[in-house]
Design a protein around this ligand. Structure first.
Ligand code: NAD
Length: 492
């Protein structure tokens, strides 16, 4: 059973104080059946203002604490997440529809992120730079002050942790705005953070509309950096607003990632990886492998096996352990995915499997959509260029490596890529030619907090994760220590 205490009745966390948001009321919907889970009053620009000014006060003291002292708090937050792991995963499954297996993994990854950043903080050495004159030169990093964090609905607790943990580690306060559709697990995380004994005011969690609370965070003069994960259109708006303030931003944006099968690939492994890459999370993943390139010579045989495997995928409620493809996050989003498939059909695309909502009473009220494969469209078609963010795979064929690389790279996005081949030379050669922040070779959608993550082209700006992930939340400063015994000769 879902523990009611995880989300206190309609309260948001404004600079250490739990209270009702001063904005409009919003309903959080369970996408498995359309029922209302709870209501949350949104944060307003006034709530943001209070969170930022009290965050600035709190960060001044927090930023002076020694690294190991800050690290201890991060470990306490990780303890709290681990202690509440099942409740958090169940809550996230209700709010996002995702399978419990996946939300459990996201919760574990959030705890791991706090621990990793604690360890990275304790071992974060400042640099003595190579001397070029008679001074000792040093590069040091200082907190920014207040950092804004804005996250999407697809993996809330993991993306929240990816921003809060390094920002706190670096000595900042954080004002987090989760997505309108999925605020609950972020609020539950906020409760864990307050219960962990973190000094009040360091973390605020302000659910609300992007154009209200999100925009107020980005434009607030007291916010010194924004770390954003979400769509490219929103990311561009935020980049424009940041340019006005000359404020640094990290943007983790959309994708339309190619998965490439070579003639020598292990077909069974490739099919399993492709299914996982596009249909896990019901395709609602920035790194989903949504464009599949097959060698013409083996395309027919491959597609026959792929389509059979797709038709066998188990669609169901996120809490059912057998489910592989759970409902989408919201009925409106499901309708948007369905619209993409209808437009693909109208453009001459051939739907090889799926292409509609599943039949049966059990699916009637949920935001379900069938895993879908579409063939017969050119890479330049909207279906192959636009991010659908659902369980929809486009299939393309190729004959020649140069043409393959050109078409794989013919996208405004550059987030990820999958390569399936037994030849390490092919993998090395093609991996280096593809415009993507992450390339998976004979695997897909593996993630590690210790490996940097970034997007090329319109998939993003800046890097998250990795040992130096903390540095993204600091201001770098150089120190020159003069070593001359005599006064400067210029002064005569
Ligand atoms: P979205 O861009 O609509 O919203 C993301 C967040 O931005 C939400 O919290 C939203 O309220 C807020 N927002 C909206 N308008 C804003 C504004 N004007 N100012 C400030 N904040 C604003 O994205 P979404 O639909 O929630 O999420 C799906 C998108 O996220 C997809 O494009 C997906 O690829 C992307 N995504 C990227 C990554 C990555 O790491 N690259 C990870 C997950 C999701």
């Amino acid at each position: 059973m879902l523990a009611e205490a995880v989300v206190p009745a309609d309260e948001i966390l404004v600079a250490g104080e739990w209270r009702r948001g001063s904005g409009a009321e919003s309903k959080s919907i369970d996408p498995a059946d359309g029922s209302v889970i709870t209501t949350v009053h949104h944060a307003t620009a006034e709530d943001v203002d209070e969170a930022v000014s009290r965050g600035a006060e709190a960060s001044a003291e927090w930023g002076r604490r020694l690294p190991h002292e800050r690290a201890r708090h991060l470990h306490r937050i990780a303890d709290g997440i681990e202690g509440a792991a099942e409740r958090l995963a169940r809550l996230q499954t209700r709010d996002t529809g995702k399978t419990l297996k996946e939300t459990s993994a996201l919760v574990a990854s959030a705890a791991g992120t706090f621990r990793y950043m604690a360890a990275a903080l304790e071992t974060f050495d400042e640099e003595l730079t190579a001397p070029r004159g008679s001074s000792l030169t040093m590069s040091v990093h200082e907190p920014i002050g207040v950092v804004g964090a804005i996250t999407p609905w697809n993996s809330p607790i993991a993306s929240d942790a990816q921003k809060i943990a390094p920002a706190l580690a670096a000595g900042n306060a954080v004002v987090l705005k989760p997505a309108e559709w999925t605020p609950l697990v972020s609020l539950a995380l906020a409760r864990i953070i307050t219960d962990s004994g973190l000094p009040p005011g360091l973390v605020s969690v302000l659910p609300g509309r992007g154009s209200v609370a999100g925009d107020a965070i980005v434009r607030h003069p007291g916010v010194g950096k924004v770390s954003f994960t979400g769509g490219t259109t929103t990311g561009r708006l935020i980049a424009h607003a940041a340019a006005d303030k000359l404020m640094p931003v990290t943007l983790e944006l959309g994708g339309k990632s190619p998965t490439i099968v070579f003639e020598d690939a292990d077909i069974e492994a490739a099919i399993a990886g492709i299914l996982f890459g596009i249909y896990s999370s019901s395709g609602q993943s920035c790194i989903a492998g949504s464009r599949l390139f097959l060698p013409s010579a083996r395309a027919e045989e491959f597609l026959e096996r792929l389509v059979k495997a797709v038709a066998r995928l188990r669609i169901g409620h996120g809490l059912d352990p057998a489910t592989q493809v759970a409902p989408l996050v919201h009925h409106r989003h499901r309708d948007s995915v369905a619209g993409h498939v209808e437009r693909a059909r109208a453009a001459g695309g051939e739907v090889l499997v799926g292409g509609g909502v599943p039949e049966g009473d059990v699916y009637a009220d949920g935001a379900y959509y069938l895993p879908t494969v579409i063939a017969g469209l050119d890479n330049s078609s909207p279906t192959c260029q636009e991010e659908i963010f659902g369980p929809v795979l486009s299939v393309l064929t190729y004959d020649d490596e140069d043409d393959l690389v050109a078409r794989a790279n013919d996208s405004v996005y550059g987030l990820a890529c999958g390569l399936w081949t037994r030849d390490y030379r092919t993998a090395w050669r093609v991996a280096r030619r593809i415009d993507a922040g992450t390339v998976w070779i004979n695997t897909y959608k593996q993630f590690s907090i210790s490996t940097p993550f970034s997007g090329m082209k319109e998939s993003g700006l800046g890097t998250e994760k990795g040992r130096r992930g903390i540095a993204e939340y600091t201001r770098q400063k150089s120190l020159y220590w003069g070593l001359d015994e005599a006064p400067h000769p210029w002064a005569g």
